[in-house]
Write a protein that binds this ligand. Structure first.
Ligand SMILES: *Cc1c(COP(=O)(O)O)cnc(C)c1O
Length: 240
């Protein structure tokens, strides 16, 4: 954990300007495929602080992390990047929810009513109002968290009463290893669900955002209606 947080260059690693050049080269391929209204969240989990800093210097402002401890160490080392926006994209363990609220502007992975209630109560105490997405599972996947469709529909009236969370859309993670046709089908289902929910008369809930698409499938996700894509290895290379 310590080495992740440091600005030290690992032995045998790329020199800083080489690192930056390699991110820049990948960004030049990826960025043209992302239309301006779609937000690119650079997923920096497992990558070191200097990788985040290089991405920042290349104009990236949105960073995604999935582990609280790792993220907090990096944020502390990068506290000079005042206008960085931090997105939590991993499962929120209940004993970490307070820290997630304190240190993240977005929570993409609100995956149960119980978690939402807890976050709402704690957000009130902290006087925070984080942007949140509801993580949905459109195909059964025991290895992933998230609301299944029936759970989501049952929970929405309760979620609509939470006044401290800005619930503003859906988040989807596909099961591993789907082909492009199947991936597109599920992305389109997600967009159809978002539109269906958006048209219902909620008090507080909004349904403008759709966080879906990773390095391997972000173009399909954007074509289907993603408003945010979460890209890690496509920008930074393979995770060690
Ligand atoms: C790791 C991760 C990503 C990025 O995955 P890549 O394939 O490296 O782009 C996106 N979303 C979530 C939730 C992740 O955990």
């Amino acid at each position: 954990m310590k080495s992740l947080a440091s600005d030290r260059i690992p032995k045998g690693g790329l020199a800083l300007d080489e690192l930056k050049a390699s991110i820049e080269a990948r960004l030049q391929v990826i960025q043209p495929a992302i239309p301006t209204p779609v937000r690119l969240v650079a997923v920096t989990k497992t990558f070191e602080t200097h990788t985040v800093r290089s991405a920042y210097q290349l104009g990236i402002r949105d960073f995604g992390e999935n582990k609280v401890q790792e993220a907090l160490a990096k944020q502390a080392a990068l506290s000079d990047l005042m206008d960085a926006t931090w997105h939590f994209i991993g499962h929120v363990q209940s004993n970490k929810s307070l820290k997630v609220l304190e240190h993240f502007d977005w929570i993409h992975s609100v995956d149960s009513l119980k978690l939402a209630n807890r976050l709402d109560r704690q957000a009130a105490e902290l006087n925070k109002s984080p942007n949140c997405c509801l993580q949905v599972k459109l195909v059964p996947d025991p290895s992933k968290d998230g609301f299944d469709l029936d759970e989501l529909k049952a929970a929405l009236p309760e979620l609509d009463k939470l006044m401290h969370l800005k619930i503003c859309g859906l988040m989807v993670i596909l099961p591993y290893g789907l082909n492009a046709t199947r991936a597109t089908e599920i992305f389109k289902q997600a967009e159809a669900l978002r539109i269906d929910l958006q048209q219902q008369p909620w008090q507080h809930l909004r349904m403008d955002e759709l966080s879906m698409g990773m390095s391997g499938d972000f173009e399909l996700a954007i074509a289907a209606g993603a408003t945010m894509v979460r890209i890690g290895s496509g920008l930074f290379g393979r995770r060690g």
